[in-house]
Design a protein around this ligand. Structure first.
Ligand SMILES: [Zn+2]
Length: 424
């Protein structure tokens, strides 16, 4: 197999390391700008939005195959029409390209700046921090003072710890201007392990299996079972509020908005906490973390058709968010995350390998039990899935260690099969 990656059980004496880049976004609050700057900023925002819409209409009519084609067709046109800084124009094209499939019209676009080409962080003569960026051609750069609060202190702490900022975005939120800075840092991550922790993310919880290189199960557990319960409570509350809001209650409508934020915050916080727990377990067993590849998720959940709207709203853990979180936490702790292309992991029997949907036993239309039709193996279906993911990762890793002769192919195979960090 070409894509196999990991070395288990220390077949080589030296510990191999690779670099993984962690990306973070930090918010910085800005002090209110002067009238002149405020006017300039609103002109800038409307001009960028218009520019993005123009690029979007070009993209829709020409339907370019890749970014370079879009760039070549649209850049000369917008260059003539808008007197924006050239780097801002390029960032506009990027923005449109990234949102091409989902966006119909841009109302307000966060403006991106590239350090050092169109913006930078700096200090005034008095030593106050400012963010400086380009605007229209021939207009010079604008400097906006940064509020020196907790967010700023956190940002400085990161910079002092070796995080690099190469890009930031200017947003307007509820009348205030904020800067979202993209920070990145490379971490050394180990490639030799004695075990693997398979994680199955299902509708309401995380199932974990720690599997030793010789196939012995070290530990199985569930994390985050409270998430489903809490989401269910949110759902109940939401449906009640919705019925009031439909009858015309403004208070209910406001509460609905709030509850949406609360729920999102709750799930995000729990995902971070659980990622830390998973990484702790991985460190304890000297294990690499294995998760499913995102591509197969949709297929498995929907059984080919989309789940009902109500269902979709209640119990669901955002897998993409979890993947980014676990990678971030694991890499910062020197543990790697491997994605296995897990097709039908929840249907396969871990004992005899018989794969069928008939292995599921339903109660009240819910998948409650895994029972193998061939050998009679019984288990919780989520636990089965996590075990299968771990086994898959292990098989691929061991397959590799037999063929290994020099460390070089490891890096090569990584480069060929999948990018080690989120793109860009
Ligand atoms: Zn079986």
């Amino acid at each position: 197999m070409a894509e196999v990656i990991y070395i288990f059980n220390y077949h080589t004496n030296t510990v191999q390391m690779v670099e993984r880049e962690v990306v973070k976004a930090l918010k910085l609050n800005l002090l209110p700008p002067s009238k002149n700057k405020e006017r300039l900023l609103s002109e800038l925002f409307s001009s960028v939005a218009a520019c993005c819409n123009e690029i979007l209409s070009i993209a829709k009519s020409k339907s370019p195959k890749n970014f370079a084609i879009l760039h070549n067709t649209s850049y000369p046109i917008i260059r003539q029409k808008y007197s924006l800084h050239s780097q801002i124009l390029i960032d506009c094209i990027h923005q449109v390209w990234e949102n091409l499939k989902t966006c119909k019209k841009f109302n307000q676009v966060p403006i991106r700046f590239n350090i050092p080409r169109s913006g930078k962080f700096s200090k005034t003569k008095r030593g106050n921090p400012v963010v400086v960026f380009a605007s229209f051609n021939g207009n010079g750069r604008i400097a906006l003072p940064i509020k020196q609060d907790g967010a700023y202190n956190r940002f400085i702490e990161h910079i002092n710890n070796g995080w690099k900022c190469t890009q930031f975005r200017l947003h307007k939120q509820n009348g205030h201007y904020v800067v979202i800075a993209n920070l990145r840092k490379k971490f050394e991550v180990k490639q030799n392990y004695q075990a693997v922790v398979g994680v199955d993310v299902n509708s309401g919880s995380f199932a974990l299996t720690a599997l030793r290189a010789d196939g012995k199960i070290l530990k199985q557990l569930y994390l985050g079972r409270d998430i489903w319960h809490k989401q269910w409570k949110f759902m109940k509350r939401r449906s009640k509020l919705r019925s009031y809001a439909d009858k015309g209650s403004k208070r209910a409508r406001r509460a609905l908005k709030r509850i949406k934020c609360d729920e999102r915050n709750f799930v995000t916080t729990r995902i971070w906490q659980i990622s830390h727990e998973i990484v702790e377990i991985a460190i304890r067993y000297d294990a690499v973390i294995a998760i499913e590849k995102l591509k197969n998720l949709r297929k498995r959940n929907g059984k080919g058709r989309k789940p009902k709207r109500a269902n979709r709203k209640i119990h669901r853990i955002p897998f993409a968010k979890f993947r980014i979180t676990i990678q971030s936490v694991a890499w910062q702790n020197g543990i790697d995350v491997v994605e296995v292309p897990a097709v039908r992991t929840s249907q396969k029997c871990p004992r005899c390998g018989y794969t069928s949907r008939k292995n599921w036993v339903f109660f009240d239309n819910k998948r409650k039990l895994f029972r193998c039709c061939r050998c009679g193996f019984e288990c919780n279906p989520d636990r089965t899935a996590s075990l299968n993911i771990a086994t898959l990762a292990l098989e691929r890793g061991i397959g590799f260690s037999k063929a290994i002769c020099t460390p070089a192919p490891v890096f090569q195979s990584w480069r060929g099969s999948q990018p080690p960090c989120p793109a860009r």
